[in-house]
Design a binder for this molecule. Sequence first.
Ligand SMILES: Cc1cc2nc3c(=O)[nH]c(=O)nc-3n(C[C@H](O)[C@H](O)[C@H](O)COP(=O)(O)OP(=O)(O)OC[C@H]3O[C@@H](n4cnc5c(N)ncnc54)[C@H](O)[C@@H]3O)c2cc1C
Length: 415
Amino acid sequence: MRSTASELNWSGTLTYTAERIVRPGTVAEAAEIVAGAPRVHGLGTRHSFNDVADGPGVLLDLTGIPTDLVIDADDRTATLGAGTRYGVVAPDIDRAGFALHNMGSLPHISVGGAVATGTHGSGTTLGSLSAAVRSFEMLGPDGSLRTLDRTDPAFPGTVLHLGLFGIVTRVTLDLEPTYRMRQDSYGPFPWSTFTDHVADIHGAGYSVCSYTVFGDEISEVLVKTRLPAGADDADAPDELFGAPRLPGSPGDGHHTARDGSVGPWWDRLPHFPIESVPSHGSEVQSEHFVPIRHAAAALDALRGLADRIQPHLHVCELRTMAADPFWLSPTQGEDVLCIAFTWKKHPEAVAALLPDLEARLAPFDGRPHWGKMSSLDGDAIAALYPRVADVRALIARADPDRTFASAFGERVLRA
Ligand SMILES: Cc1cc2nc3c(=O)[nH]c(=O)nc-3n(C[C@H](O)[C@H](O)[C@H](O)COP(=O)(O)OP(=O)(O)OC[C@H]3O[C@@H](n4cnc5c(N)ncnc54)[C@H](O)[C@@H]3O)c2cc1C
């Protein structure tokens, strides 16, 4: 077991304020720490840009607990240690003849941390990574293990938990038969062509991502097409809504191949290969989810801030995601457009801009990503989540002495 004093998050923009960070090597060690410490909070691979993963006492880093991947072919599930990075197990799942329904842009994040914040890829008919969770094991405040599955009435209020309910040790994910994929780039798209057809353009493939800097155009639309297992070739249309197919780029160690070549799902769903270190240290992010029916109006509203956005922006990525029933999910109740800003590493300037940016999205009930920068406080958040009072009641019942409390939870959820 390794124990350290304060450390930084992935982007280097946040110093954890916890008393110490402990990395147990077994679930039994983790349970002992939970049972003995007055304040504990779960920590994944530290990719969140805000203090959602910070806590006042012990930060329990789950990445030291072995993956111990168990694939149940009959049940179509994979069970693994919560601190496991997606990219580490995805090839093994593929070799066993199975696949995940989606992945985030980064395969380096932990399963437990991704699920806790509703991390997502893109796909109009695809739920977030939390939606793939069939069950999970969690240490409660006394250090005892409890399993929650989809049949439990508390599941929709707990699966996306922000670390506030306990320490998740193992997660069981839905699998489907393996498949292959290709990625093709199209562009540029005049702004109005894109905004007139957002839903159709994002419905043009299994998973579609679009990129803009809020000028006159959407520079690129990346279409990820799903192909049957065993496929090593396939056709793609030469144009999309009048925009030509671009040559794209082969996989180069920094990005997964965008040149139409066919590869395994785990090497096409993420934007970055597991062996890469994407833009390490040079970015911060914010992201908002708006109902897809408001997509055009929300994008136009943001474009009105282009002069203030552009000096700090690397790029804005647009994705879509299907509704789910989870109480704290940014996509709870309605299909959404995800508007994700990758900013230059100008955290103070971005923080100063966010209140105005978020005011522009307020008429569309823009919900912020739980793991990224936002200026919204507890009252503003509560107004966006109809079940937030039920979440607070669930937390009070599961953890009455608030062993798993965090400043983020108190500030943003009043929990
Ligand atoms: C370069 C980059 C790209 C990204 N791309 C995407 C993307 O494509 N889509 C997207 O939606 N987001 C994206 N994100 C955001 C990221 O996926 C989320 O912030 C995610 O929660 C990070 O997971 P993590 O393992 O680093 O968790 P951490 O940041 O360490 O923790 C996140 C939350 O999970 C809790 N937690 C973690 N593990 C446990 C556990 N075992 N038990 C209990 N609580 C736990 C923490 O307390 C905290 O509340 C990106 C971030 C970066 C840096």
